[in-house]
Design a protein around this ligand. Structure first.
Ligand code: NAP
Length: 280
């Protein structure tokens, strides 16, 4: 049995892919109503909360591998790690990013703290260090649909955007067959380093109307996200990440997705076509 915490962008797709291959999988969620399709596909659903260790222990029964993916709040993910250690779980696949204990971005320091806690347990594990998800662009879709434009503090910086569905495919594959992946860290990206001018060009072609990209300052970007409903601390971390992208921080692509999946990583054009309805 594989346990997937939680059912966000990566977790829900990992569960779907595991069920497609008939692998027994359980998904831990707060709200059962959000995973009816996964339950219909044969996934076990465990109602739980990452802040409540007993609920995680309940979900951990009989589990051989865990896909650990959540908003990466240290106390929450370390609750999962501790529960996995108590249960003698054989492998953890941890979704992470460019973690670093001295990063200016709190989320990257949190990831470093979680990775250290996971390593300290001695549980065999694999780190998936993903570049920014293409799905982040979906947060801009309402503005794009309304104004034919979007803005960011990323300037003209390029980013090896990866489709979260490819991250999920890698997580599912390793969790189902961890042999050879213990102690590995994979750097997951899409095939192309793209600037937001490139993103605007792809969307313009797809939607057959001109989508314009505007460069924003850090403060403008943070305030725009807060106005769109993003909690202020998260808006701050996102705007910091975009500002680093402007300086080349995300301009990396690797061959890890194709090497692990045996097929090309999805391109941004493919992603945009699949989600076209969101931008219309
Ligand atoms: N986004 C990126 O560009 C990017 C890039 C690289 C790495 N990452 C990493 O990927 C991870 C996030 O993955 P994701 O984007 O797939 O996540 P996501 O879509 O934001 O989903 C997070 C899920 O966590 C659930 N959740 C939140 N608090 C919970 C709690 N206390 N108990 C149980 N469930 C809880 C949410 O459920 P509810 O529906 O109940 O709220 C939601 O389903 C993070 O580690 C992040 O650093 C992200």
């Amino acid at each position: 049995m594989i346990l997937v915490t939680t059912a966000g962008k990566v977790g829900s797709e990992a569960v779907r892919l595991l069920r497609e291959r008939d692998v027994p999988v359980r998904v831990l969620v707060r709200d059962l109503a959000k995973v009816t399709a996964l339950a219909d596909a044969g996934a076990e659903v465990a109602r739980g909360d990452l802040d409540v260790p007993a609920s995680i222990d309940d979900a951990m029964a009989g589990v051989s591998a865990v896909v650990l993916v959540s908003p990466a709040v240290p106390v929450q993910e370390l609750n999962v790690v501790d529960s996995a250690a108590r249960a003698g779980v054989g492998h953890v696949v941890k979704a992470t990013s460019k973690a670093s204990s001295d990063s200016p971005i709190a989320r990257r320091r949190w990831q470093a703290e979680i990775e250290a806690g996971l390593a300290a347990t001695g549980i065999p594990h694999t780190l998936l260090r993903s570049n920014a998800y293409m799905q982040n662009v979906l947060a801009l879709a309402p503005a794009i649909a309304k104004t034919d434009s979007f803005g960011s503090a990323a300037g003209g910086g390029r980013c090896g955007l990866v489709d979260a569905r490819d991250v999920a495919a890698v997580a599912a594959k390793i969790a189902a067959d961890p042999a050879g992946h213990a102690g590995q860290a994979y750097w997951l990206s899409g095939p192309d380093p793209l600037s937001n001018y490139d993103v605007a060009a792809v969307l313009s072609t797809l939607l057959a109307r001109t989508i314009t990209y505007r460069e924003l300052t850090f403060e403008e970007n943070k305030d725009a996200m807060i106005a769109a409903g993003v909690p202020a601390p998260i808006a701050e971390m996102n705007a910091q990440a975009f500002s680093l992208t402007a300086q080349g921080d995300a301009e990396w692509v690797t061959g890890d997705v194709p090497a692990l999946l045996g097929r090309p990583a999805r391109s941004f054009s493919q992603f945009a076509a699949d989600y076209a309805a969101a931008f219309s």
